[in-house]
Design a protein around this ligand. Structure first.
Ligand code: SF4
Length: 869
């Protein structure tokens, strides 16, 4: 079986993958993003390609149809809406999961043929502030540097980035660089002490949104220490004086840091030319996200530390093709190939190239405004592609109602059941990772081929093909007569020559003549790739910015006022290590489900005391917008006054845990990016009458007041809780386990508050249910391992691991499936370093994503051990 070279569909690192039709995956040693490494999510990709739950045929009102009736209906309803209410009565909401070819055709259809710019991408939620900051400073949305800069830097500053969990392979490249050059210093600026901080020489637990103040302080010091690059700024930068003036007198208190911490940071940043400042969602997802980006860019422009080996600002994107979406015009305020929608010359050039009948002439609705327009009845037809806004948008409950308010709704997706797909009229089956072919661009401007290694299942079709078919059915046959993704790519590359001729950065015209074979064989390629000129490389070392006159612009930044948080706590949202977005794929992997089996609330010990919460209990987290229930995780890594909760859980995987229901739909005024880390919440104890843990061979659903479902090796596992004790524990167990049949064995100890049920069939154990009046402490991995075996009822109900099958604990190393208890035992047996754990268990020796957690366990276990020795 031959391996196919493709690209990982998760984060913006954009790792190369070798994949086989049997689902075997490994890192591509030749890919310049990862050189053979994969993280836990990438390593488990093979577990996500099954056809379980796949959407295999078009559905209209829940009934399977062929393509013709479904697409005729879509074309007719969009055409009717445009005719009756005008082009801006329709909208597309698309995704960084789409390939560039998909994005190109969607963008061409709505901006160039329907004549509306009402297309926005879920990338608006993760990096729109970086786009806006780049455009303000550089005149274009250009990432100046490359990943190699991390390996050449002397100081790396990570701002608002939990790189260890969200971009693990890039984090491992930094870890390797630091190991090779111990002089490399790492600064982590993040209110939380995340796994990333494990390698930090300096961790700054900054006050939320204090970043702009900190980088203003830095600019002030750059000036005070005489570090402004006079030649560079004179030749290539406008606005230096005003920006420096605004930075002077910055208030240290706005950062929430001590003078010592601030001075250490200033000394490190100012102490070398080779400094890279990487930033991510902690910077972007804010009401002042664009200001934060520009505060960072100001410092690099003032010092000329940009576009040279080992230095520069670096925005890392969340999604696999967020960058491709930016390049191709997936945002409501951009045209294809980094051309500007508001520039009449750019519009005219694109309209001429497309021969389009009705070109959009004004920016469309950004994501939050788009769903508000849905709620207001202004959108008559909405097409959602490869994304789940009912979970991921801020004020998510309102977004559910907004989608319901649209007269005609369509979703293209790979799975049948998502919170969003439950709301729409038409479902269109798209091909998924492993089946589709095209290109993606990663965070360092590297275009990679994603190649099919599996056949398209059922009636599934590539997104670009579905969109083009609708375009043809709307009457624009020639413009959407694409025969292949290669043909789409050639047209896109040819359009980029227009961009190049207009003096823009995005030019891949050198790829416009690729034949089908050459397109198929295209190696990872850094843009720009102009015709007959040098390609790739860094930007801006010698100026060459994209504002008229060729100069960059520094912007005076005024940090936001400190607003009182009120009675509540600030809610920070984000990702966990082993899940991706709304878990439609990672949720299928038993390995990935064992790391974090349920949603949680990370809270500082003092805040937990104030809220009356104890570890492992359940908390109700609420505000006027919504209410969720989360497991309490008390840790000093949380910042006092802030709590953190992951964004992955949906109504499919948990009963009340859609965290974006709590997030206010306020946005950065320039970028339109929601402030996903800025909600205010109050906490109280969930008054559970009982807590439970269940594991079943049958699929379970989150039906109890609190329930979180995860896949596991033997089937499904669930954490549950109820308010009142049930009348029959057997009935309760059968309902939770989804096992109406089989023989039940029940143990009840009302005095001790312990209730246990096992379900067997033909001697085989099918389900186990443990309930108690306190959070249950059974050995979960041991219980999971018993399902499908012939373990007798009383042994199974003991709830403790047997000597022959000791408890493994929660999965820490997903690559080798090693649990926390196994690791603790090895540490106690003498493995006192991460490498030693790798040698005896394998843990941490593949992708490395778990190495910070391994070190945490060593720190927790080994000092106790040594004190006793
Ligand atoms: Fe995929 Fe992990 Fe690489 Fe990101 S770091 S692209 S999730 S393998």
């Amino acid at each position: 079986m031959t391996s196919v070279k493709t690209a990982c569909p998760y984060c913006g690192v954009g790792c190369g993958v070798l994949a086989k039709a049997d689902g075997t995956v490994s890192g591509d040693p030749d890919h310049p993003a990862n050189f053979g490494r994969l993280c836990s999510k990438g390593t488990a990709l093979g577990e996500t390609v099954s056809l379980e739950g796949r959407l295999l045929a078009p559905r209209v009102d829940g009934v399977e149809t062929g393509w013709d009736p479904a697409l005729d209906l879509v074309a007719e309803r969009f055409r009717a809406a445009v005719e009756e209410y005008g082009p801006d009565s329709v909208a597309f909401y698309v995704s960084g999961q789409l390939l560039t070819e998909d994005y190109y055709v969607a963008n061409k259809l709505i901006k160039g043929y329907i004549g509306s710019a009402n297309i926005d991408t879920n990338s608006r939620l993760c990096m729109a502030s970086s786009v806006a900051g780049h455009k303000w400073a550089f005149g274009s949305d250009t990432v100046p540097g490359q990943y190699a800069d991390f390996e050449e830097a002397e100081v790396i500053v990570l701002v608002g980035s939990n790189l260890a969990w969200c971009h693990p392979v890039l984090f491992q490249r930094i870890v390797a660089a630091k190991k090779a050059r111990p002089g490399l210093k790492v600064v982590v600026i993040d209110p939380r002490r995340t796994a990333t901080a494990k390698i930090a020489d300096l961790h700054l637990s900054i006050r939320p949104d204090g970043d702009a103040a900190l980088f203003n302080l830095l600019l002030e010091q750059i000036d005070a220490r005489g570090l402004i690059d006079a030649d560079y700024t004179a030749a290539h930068v406008d606005g230096l004086g005003d920006a420096v003036k605004a930075a002077h007198g910055s208030d240290r208190a706005m950062t929430g840091l001590s003078d010592t911490e601030i001075d250490q940071f200033l000394d490190l940043w100012c102490g070398t030319d080779k400094v890279v400042t990487l930033y991510s969602q902690g910077v972007n997802q804010s009401v002042c996200g664009t200001d934060k980006v520009n505060a960072i860019l100001n410092c690099h422009l003032a010092t000329g530390r940009i576009g040279k080996p080992g230095c520069g600002p670096f925005s890392i994107t969340g999604q696999p093709n967020a960058m491709g979406g930016r390049e191709v015009g997936g945002l409501a305020n951009m045209l294809a190939c980094h051309l500007d929608l508001e520039n009449a010359d750019h519009r005219h050039a694109v309209q001429t190239f497309w021969a389009s009948p009705a070109m959009a002439d004004a920016p469309g609705l950004k994501a939050v405004d788009l769903f508000q327009a849905c709620a207001d009845g202004k959108i008559k037809a909405l097409w959602i592609m490869s994304t789940n806004p009912a979970v991921s948008m801020p004020d998510a409950d309102k977004v559910v109602e907004a989608i319901r308010a649209v007269p005609f709704t369509v979703a293209s997706d790979i799975v049948i059941d998502t919170d969003t797909n439950r709301l729409v009229d038409v479902l269109l089956p798209a091909t998924g990772w492993g089946e589709k072919s095209g290109t993606v661009t990663n965070s360092e401007r590297c275009i990679s081929r994603q190649r099919a290694f599996l056949p398209a299942p059922g009636q599934a079709r590539p997104d670009w093909d579905i969109i083009a078919d609708v375009g043809r059915r709307m009457g624009w046959h020639d413009a959407f007569d694409f025969a292949s993704e290669a043909e789409v790519f050639r047209e896109y590359a040819a359009l980029s020559s227009v961009s190049g001729m207009l003096g823009r950065d995005f030019d891949i015209s050198g790829l416009a003549d690729l034949g089908d074979q050459a397109y198929d064989a295209m190696p990872p390629t850094y843009w720009p790739v102009p015709r007959n000129a040098a390609s790739g490389g860094r930007f801006f070392a010698d100026g060459g910015f994209y504002h008229p006159g060729g100069k960059a612009r520094m912007l005076p930044i005024t940090p936001p006022d400190r607003k009182p948080v009120g009675a509540g706590l600030r809610l920070n949202t984000g990702r966990v290590r082993d899940h991706w977005h709304t878990m439609t794929r990672t949720g299928r992997s038993p390995r990935l489900g064992m790391h974090m089996g349920e949603p949680y609330l990370e809270i500082h010990p003092e805040d937990a005391v104030s809220a009356g919460l104890r570890d492992a209990e359940l908390a109700v987290v609420e505000n006027p917008r919504g209410r969720v229930i989360l497991r309490v995780l008390i840790t000093a890594k949380a910042q006092l006054g802030s709590v953190f909760a992951p964004m992955h859980w949906t109504d499919i995987t948990a009963s009340q845990s859609r965290i974006n229901a709590l997030v206010d739909a306020v946005t950065d005024p320039v970028s339109g990016q929601p402030a996903s880390k800025g909600a205010n919440v109050t906490l109280k104890q969930f008054e559970a009458g009982w807590y439970g843990f269940a594991v079943s061979a049958a699929p379970m659903e989150p039906t109890r007041p609190y329930a979180a479902i995860a896949r596991c090796k033997s089937g499904w596992r669930a954490e549950v809780a109820g308010v009142r004790l049930p009348e029959s524990w057997e009935s309760e167990a059968r309902a939770v386990l989804n096992l109406p049949d089989g023989e039940a064995s029940v143990v009840e100890d009302p005095a001790g508050g312990v209730y246990r049920v096992a379900i067997h069939h033909g001697g085989q154990l099918l389900g186990l249910f443990f309930a108690a009046c306190e959070p249950v402490t059974v050995a979960r991995s041991a219980a999971v391992a018993l399902i499908g075996t012939e373990t007798p009822p009383m042994a199974a109900l003991a709830g403790v691991a047997g000597a022959e099958q000791p408890d493994r604990g929660a999965t820490i190393c997903a690559c080798f499936d090693i649990g926390s208890e196994q690791i603790r035992r090895s540490i106690s047996d003498g493995a006192r370093t991460v490498d030693a754990l790798g040698a005896c268990l394998g843990a941490g020796s593949n992708c490395g994503s778990c190495r910070p957690e391994l070190q945490d366990l060593i720190d927790a276990v080994a000092p106790v051990k040594m004190a006793a020795e």
